[in-house]
Design a protein around this ligand. Structure first.
Ligand code: B12
Length: 440
């Protein structure tokens, strides 16, 4: 069969930071190995995404179009949505190629499968979660698919969804076949974010109150063999000249020894590469930081989320405030840039916690002041996602009601601290600008 996998619009415009779509490239490899002719089309790389999509559809004339919806919205306190472009893309494929099979998947789709199947009737099937096994099986049984993991199928006006796969064996993981979508065309597109992602593991054992990672990849941590991870890095570096990577794991330094093995192997092979990823503060020691730096880590991304102990607790971070500040102190001693992500106006916020939050920002700037090795402090309200504890808390507190449509940007940001984010941003900006301009 001829199959076109489409990365639908993941960002609001061509000037945004974009990423190489490893999900669809991984699936394209699985489909190719199953004997299909596969094309990949990333709408995010086009100046005229719909015009280019139309040409690709009409020139390639696929039997099946796989639509990957990565992001439902851009987060970052924004209120725009990526659902309208997804809907239009699906309609366009169905209108231009009557009779084409439409299959949807991806993280964004996996968060709202039933809702999106209802919203976009053109979609024949969906797959929730990882799809390496299910998609090739679905494609070979479109007329009467069996109950595959994660399959969303219409039964009359209802959508039936099978339990998703969260057990793909990462020890035999086959890396995305990058020759199916040239990574070098992604190497210079961003200012900050490394566009090329590498999976070193799947699964997240944490239980943070706002987060959907365990739902997307399961709670049990499935690691790839470190040598295979470094083989992938080396291949990308030598074949495509890629020098910067983002490890896509929910937590890159857990288990610690797994990341150590990857770092040591990068150094043993003398690869001149840079990497980044999200690190847990309570697994971040001086020794670990030195190893990460030596092996090419260019950015310590921390997401403690809670600005004080009360917030860390309510968010279920299982972290202490002193872990966060200790990690900052260790990071500040290195020559690596640090970025911190925090959530603002979290459940239970009070005048006292706001005061503590402001002091945390001050402390982080004081800690990084000497070397000025802080990249940014990112301050977000919580995007309420279905099935999370924050959703329940928001309902109990009356922040959202039964009529609230979580498909579209909905943040936890009730009064009276709904403008607290701006106080924090003013402080962060002042400290940042004053640090660089050397204003006391
Ligand atoms: C790593 C990551 C990043 C990195 C990416 C670095 C890089 N170079 O790749 C960084 C930090 C830069 C980042 C940025 C953003 N991210 Co992000 N990111 C992730 C994360 C942790 C992993 C994504 C990944 O690569 N997984 C590995 C690949 C192989 O898996 P996959 O894409 O899910 O694909 C599998 C399945 O989904 C499925 N599948 C995929 N496509 C298709 C298509 C079909 C037809 C089918 C059947 C199946 C299918 O099969 C694939 C193989 O099993 C996820 C959370 C998570 N745990 O999934 C969030 C996540 C995807 N990100 C999210 C968001 C919102 C963003 C940002 C908008 C945030 C921001 N404001 O900056 C940006 C957007 C970037 C962009 N241009 O798209 C959200 C999306 C949901 C939402 N709320 O909209 C997630 C779920 C996190 C969250 N907050 O909940 N991200």
């Amino acid at each position: 069969m001829k199959i076109l996998l489409v990365q639908t619009l993941s960002v609001e415009g061509i000037t945004q930071e974009r990423v190489y779509p490893i999900g669809v490239v991984t699936l394209a490899g699985c489909l190719r190995r199953a004997g299909h002719e596969v094309g990949i089309f990333d709408m995010n790389m086009e100046m005229d995404p719909y015009g280019a999509m139309k040409s690709r559809l009409l020139n390639f004339r696929p039997d099946v179009v796989g639509l990957s919806l990565r992001n439902i919205d851009p987060l970052a306190n924004k209120t725009s949505s990526l659902i309208p472009p997804f809907l239009v893309t699906a309609r366009m494929a169905a209108s231009l190629l009557p009779g084409v099979w439409l299959i949807a998947g991806g993280t964004g789709f996996s968060l709202f499968p039933g809702r999106l199947m209802a919203e976009v009737p053109e979609i024949h099937f969906g797959i929730v979660g990882e799809a390496e096994t299910s998609l090739p099986l679905l494609v070979s049984s479109l007329d009467r698919p069996p109950a595959l993991p994660g399959l969303c199928i219409r039964k009359g006006s209802r959508v039936m969804i099978t339990e998703p796969s969260q057990t793909a064996d990462m020890t035999s993981y086959l890396p995305p076949e990058r020759e199916l979508l040239d990574p070098s065309s992604y190497s210079d597109i961003n200012s900050y974010v490394p566009s090329i992602g590498i999976e070193t593991k799947r699964g997240c054992p944490a239980d943070c109150a706002y987060c959907v990672y365990p739902r997307l990849q399961g709670k049990s941590v499935r690691c790839r063999p470190p040598l295979a991870v470094v083989d992938e890095i080396e291949h990308l570096n030598k074949e495509y000249g890629i020098e910067r990577f983002h490890f896509t794991d929910p937590i890159v330094n857990f288990p610690e020894t797994h990341l150590h093995a990857i770092c040591n192997e990068i150094m043993r092979r003398r690869l001149k590469v840079k990497w980044g990823g999200f690190l847990r503060e309570d697994h971040f020691s001086r020794k670990n930081a030195a190893l990460y730096e030596k092996s090419g880590c260019e950015c310590f991304s921390f997401s403690p989320d809670g600005l004080c102990q009360e917030s860390l607790d309510v968010l279920g971070k299982r972290l202490r405030e002193r872990d966060v500040l200790k990690a900052a102190e260790i990071a500040a001693e290195t020559d690596v840039i640090s970025v911190y992500h925090f959530m603002v106006n979290v459940p239970g916020e009070t005048e006292a916690t706001c005061g503590k939050g402001l002091r945390t920002i001050e402390k982080i700037y004081d800690i990084h002041g000497r070397k000025r090795n802080i990249g940014a402090i990112v301050l977000n309200n919580i995007r309420i996602l279905p099935g999370t504890r924050v959703e329940r808390m928001a309902r109990e507190a009356g922040v959202i009601g039964p009529e609230t449509d979580l498909l579209y940007p909905t943040y936890y940001n009730p009064k009276p601290f709904d403008s607290f984010r701006y106080r924090l941003e003013s402080l962060h900006l002042r400290r940042n600008v004053f640090m660089w301009q050397e204003v006391e």
